[in-house]
Design a protein around this ligand. Structure first.
Ligand SMILES: *Cc1c(COP(=O)(O)O)cnc(C)c1O
Length: 426
């Protein structure tokens, strides 16, 4: 169905029922799968035959949903994970080991920043954090012999700036490494990073894809475009024999599906951050309505952003769709006419007044979450990013007064009325 529009793909990709079979993706809530002969089972363990044997590695419900997301992103294969954190960890760890180095934008999600700079450091993988807006010649200098990946977010969380994906892809490829892009905020409805040169795309499906604050999940999609064998010395995990499978060489045996196959049969087997089939089912329900919901999120967010921009109690607003946004040119290039439902702003006045304002909102809840059907807000400096020093916050572009506002699916006039009553109190 590669020629269809995204609305159609969101409904139909990944699963096609046969005659008399369930129309909706069945939930295969089973840990294991039965075989008639021990020989058949043995071939599955040797990767000589395709098939299901244990849900920690693969499950039909998860595979159908992963295939749908892969199709939406224009990739060759996908893998669901238990969370977005697991997706980003696996995406990097699939091609890195102790002694390696990665480069990531300073504007990435706080959880990913921690993962890369604290936890993975303990595993011997070093991360250099860079300002994604630096010119290519400046960014060039951060690449080293042992650099294995470049990482950024299409729209950064929480600062909602747009990544220059082509610049990052060009840089990564010049140095013989893949570009990994976390496309959580834009979703494939508004941007498909693979079209712009990204090699691997990740998602926290917890956000818009699920869309209802119901299930935590993640996904990795492989474009199939990166030539691992051409850079064989950098990626031994993909280009030399894996002893745990009788010496299989993933890049030789699995071609364009090498990266996802390795992530599935090696990392999932050993680390086991699988998504439950039940959650994959919920995720699929979210995917079916994703384009419709994204349209409403974005229309609402633009109205709210314009309202805030015109309000004299607001010091600044950032929303890529606004002409005033520093990301507006990149928005016009990379986003499909709309960005996402998240915006950020700062208030004039004291920290205390900002707290009164946030606490006075009735419709908008104070939540850690973002990007679901209910309008919510968060103050990163005192919540998600509280582990960061002022210096790190500044580096990540998170000013202490930044309020992240996630515009839901309610009527925009009700959201604005809620803001209006809270502004009256400060
Ligand atoms: C939330 C988020 C994550 C982490 O995802 P979880 O599903 O919460 O583990 C990663 N990247 C981005 C951009 C996010 O917004």
């Amino acid at each position: 169905m590669s020629e269809s529009y995204i609305e159609t793909k969101c409904i139909h990709e990944g699963y096609e029922p046969g005659n008399g079979e369930p129309r909706q993706i069945p939930i295969c809530q089973s840990t294991t799968f039965k075989y008639d002969t021990s020989d058949e089972m043995g071939m599955l363990f040797d990767l000589e035959k395709e098939g299901y044997f244990y849900t920690r590695l693969q499950n039909p419900t998860n595979d159908a949903v992963a295939a749908k997301i892969a199709s939406l992103e224009g990739g060759v294969a996908g893998m669901l994970t238990s969370s977005g954190q697991a997706a980003n960890f696996f995406a990097v760890f699939n091609i890195c080991e102790a002694g390696d180095h990665i480069i990531a934008s300073s504007s990435i999600y706080g959880g990913t920043y921690n993962l890369f700079t604290v936890t993975m450091k303990k595993m011997g993988i070093e991360c250099t954090i860079v300002d994604q807006n630096l010119p290519e010649e400046e960014l060039d200098k951060y690449f080293k012999q042992n650099t294995k990946a470049l990482f950024g977010e299409t729209i950064t969380n929480p600062t909602v700036n747009v990544l220059d994906i082509e610049k990052f892809a060009h840089l990564a490829h010049k140095h013989g490494v893949p570009l990994i892009v976390d496309n959580t905020f834009a979703t494939p409805v508004n941007c498909q990073p693979i079209k712009w040169g990204a090699d691997i795309v990740t998602h926290s499906t917890t956000k818009y894809m699920d869309g209802h604050a119901a299930t935590v999940g993640g996904c990795i999609v492989d474009s199939g475009n990166f030539d691992w064998l051409a850079h064989a010395e950098k990626f031994p995990g993909l280009t030399t024999p894996d002893d745990s499978y009788h010496g299989v060489v993933y890049a030789e045996r699995f071609g364009k599906a090498a990266y996802i196959t390795k992530a599935t049969v090696q990392l999932m087997r050993d680390l086991g951050s699988i998504q439950s089939p039940q959650n994959a089912f919920y995720l699929n329900l979210g995917l079916e309505s994703l384009p419709v919901r994204m349209r409403q999120h974005c229309n609402n967010a633009l109205k709210v952003a314009k309202y805030l921009e015109a309000n004299d109690k607001v010091a600044w607003v950032n929303y890529p769709d606004l002409e005033s946004s520093e990301s507006h040119e990149l928005f016009k290039k990379y986003l499909n006419g709309a960005s996402c439902g998240v915006l950020c702003f700062g208030l004039k006045g004291t920290r205390k007044q900002a707290e009164i304002f946030m606490d006075s909102l009735k419709l908008a809840d104070i939540e850690t979450h973002v990007a679901d059907s209910k309008t919510c807000l968060l103050h990163p400096a005192s919540h998600t990013h509280r582990q960061m020093t002022d210096e790190q916050l500044k580096e990540a572009g998170v000013s202490p007064d930044l309020i992240r506002f996630s515009v839901g699916l309610e009527n925009a006039d009700d959201i604005i009325a809620d803001l209006e009553q809270a502004f009256k109190l400060i």
